[in-house]
Design a protein around this ligand. Structure first.
Ligand code: ADX
Length: 220
């Protein structure tokens, strides 16, 4: 389902869109696959980054154009000014949604790994891209298992009150209602989880563009 999202009007009125002379279809034809966003959402420690990196490695080795945007990384650069309030998380996802859109429209398989705890923020990203470009993958892992893993020691700090607004402990996580993919990482090995995503991509023709692929003939 494509949501209709009203684009926020830019503050500055005197800006003009500059169209590219290279179409998306041309890029995808050269890449031999379509651009898309694989949006990994889930609790901290659920396995988003692990799956993202493994998936990136496999798709790259297969010859695809692929890259990862990861919460912990972008928060050290483009989003270094943002914290973890509801407003800051919304802005984090808004900016990364726009960046992911740019990459996908330029033919990249873009793997975006963010807790993205709020349904509204994820739906907003879905709403700004073309239908089929946004693949929501729910990295599903029980809170108990994430706490048990506690790879970064953050759950311990959150429970001790040292870290505030920590997702799952002192801040909410809204699971997706109707994700394209569910990846139960507390019931699968990493390899099985990655395979779950790859199977979805193959089944829905994301990886191999055929000449008659509907997407390639869409008007740009
Ligand atoms: S999001 O909620 O805005 O989507 P994002 O994915 O960018 O979060 O960043 C999450 C990462 O920041 C976590 O994996 C963790 O390492 C770190 N982090 C630090 N403080 C918090 C917090 N209060 N809640 C969640 N993650 C936090």
């Amino acid at each position: 389902m494509q949501l209709k999202i009203k684009k926020p009007a830019p503050v500055e009125k005197n800006v003009f869109w500059s169209p590219s002379r290279v179409s998306r279809a041309e890029r995808e034809k050269r890449n031999k696959h379509r651009g898309c966003i694989i949006w990994l959402t889930g609790l901290s420690g659920s396995g988003k980054s692990t799956i993202a990196r493994e998936l990136e490695r496999i798709l790259f080795t297969q010859g695809h154009r692929v890259m990862v945007l990861d919460g912990d990384n972008v928060r050290q650069g483009i989003n270094a000014d943002l914290g973890f309030s509801q407003e800051d998380r919304a802005e984090n996802i808004r900016r990364i949604g726009e960046v992911s859109k740019l990459f996908a429209e330029n033919g990249m398989i873009t793997i975006s790994a963010f807790i993205s705890p709020y349904t509204r923020d994820r739906d907003r990203v879905r709403g700004i891209v073309r239908e089929g470009d946004f693949i929501e993958a729910y990295i599903k892992c029980s809170l108990e298992e994430c706490e048990r893993r506690d790879t970064k020691g953050l759950y311990e700090k959150a429970k001790a009150g040292i870290i505030k607004n920590f997702t799952g402990i002192s801040d909410p996580y809204e699971p997706p209602g109707n994700p394209e993919i569910v990846v139960p990482t507390d019931k699968q090995t990493v390899a099985e989880s990655v395979q779950t995503v790859i199977e979805y991509l193959e089944r829905h023709n994301y990886l191999r563009c055929r000449q008659r692929n509907k997407h390639l003939t869409l008007k740009q």
